[in-house]
Write a protein that binds this ligand. Sequence first.
Ligand code: AMP
Ligand code: GLY
Length: 425
Amino acid sequence: MKVLLIGSGGREHAMALSIKKSKLCTELVCAPGNPGMAKLGSCIEIDVGNPKEIAKLAKEQAVDFTVIGPEVPLVAGVVDAFQKQGMKIFGPTAAAAKLEGSKAFSKEFMKRHSVPTAGYETFTDLQKAKDYLNERSAPIVVKASGLAAGKGAIICQTKEEALQAVESMLGENAVFGESGKTVVIEEFMKGEEASIFAVCDGKDYLLLAPAQDHKRIFDNDKGPNTGGMGAYAPAPIITGDMMDIIKETIIEPTLRGMAEEGNPYTGILFLGIMVTKEGPKLVEYNCRLGDPETQAVLAVYGGDLLDLFYKAAMGKIKELAKINHQGYAAVVVMASEGYPGEYKSGVSISGISEVEKTSALLLHAGTRIQDYELQTAGGRVFGVVGKGTTLKAALDVAYSGVKKIKFAGAHYRSDIGKKGLAKLK
Ligand code: AMP
Ligand code: GLY
């Protein structure tokens, strides 16, 4: 089948590799794609936020099946646009993608279906939010309800910070736009995080390998939150017993609840889990794969990803055997100087052919070709993936690749996988 893949990050480069490897794939079209994905299929410019444009492209290109990488088109209703025209696509409808698109909706949903999560209140009025905060103690978490490109959750260590955070969303000089007009204030959960990916067909699901992301920019989880600076899979914090609890208390009530409410969930259900002393609690839902978790998760997935997504889209995931993953994989993200704040683009990159001599896999994220050279074009520039029979071996391979890439101001964390290694000792 001819496949259209939407997106341009490291996650999509990893997805493109897996789709291209599938025995079902005859041709791959990426939109907009990136210089790494251009080696696997044609790349066509597109506005990923515009469902109609995506459906038009799928029609023009006569693709048989479309796979969506990022959340923006899903929340904007790309699946609905395809379904209206009888075209095949994998992902949740806009109503189902609200699990990610509106934190106010998802927190209420969790409450309705008794999914364990942090206690919270929702506000649209600045004074009421401030009054509430004045009765609480820090640390406390302030979130913009809508999509905010990973920047909408502010972990406040003091009450003053929390007051500033609500001011930045509901105040006169608000900087969050529409996404911050509803604010969720929630209890701070202490624990270690993990990312769980359920591939859902509306009723049944299969699990990909559990992963752990590294959200902060600097080693030892210091500095501001980013989109993710590295990941590894499978994450040993999610033992078999822990996964059983997550299935029973979080995944299954979610799928049942969505179906009962008339919005059966088809697509990737990404659960951000906090493993607390009281057990696993849900931090958030996402309606897509994680970036950079996918780069590690797909490296240990031994099956046919396109077949998995296609069967899920057709409501036939039950026809597939349970997913087994092989070995360990780690991805180390190389970022531009200044990320997640302001950074420069257009910095020359060298060393690509050197990485190809190692066993590491280089995935492009924020790169471009300009004036016949490869340059930086984003905050997260590359993800370098290593595989191995142990986590240590996988990390060694990833870092051996990282050391070959050169661009001015390149920044990466040197402690990816440290928590996992400590657990495996
Ligand atoms: P979110 O935007 O909901 O994905 O949150 C981004 C990140 O903020 C999460 O991955 C956590 O690291 C952190 N976070 C969000 N909510 C909480 C919470 N209630 N307690 C502790 N950390 C949180
Ligand atoms: N790495 C976290 C995310 O994709 O949301």
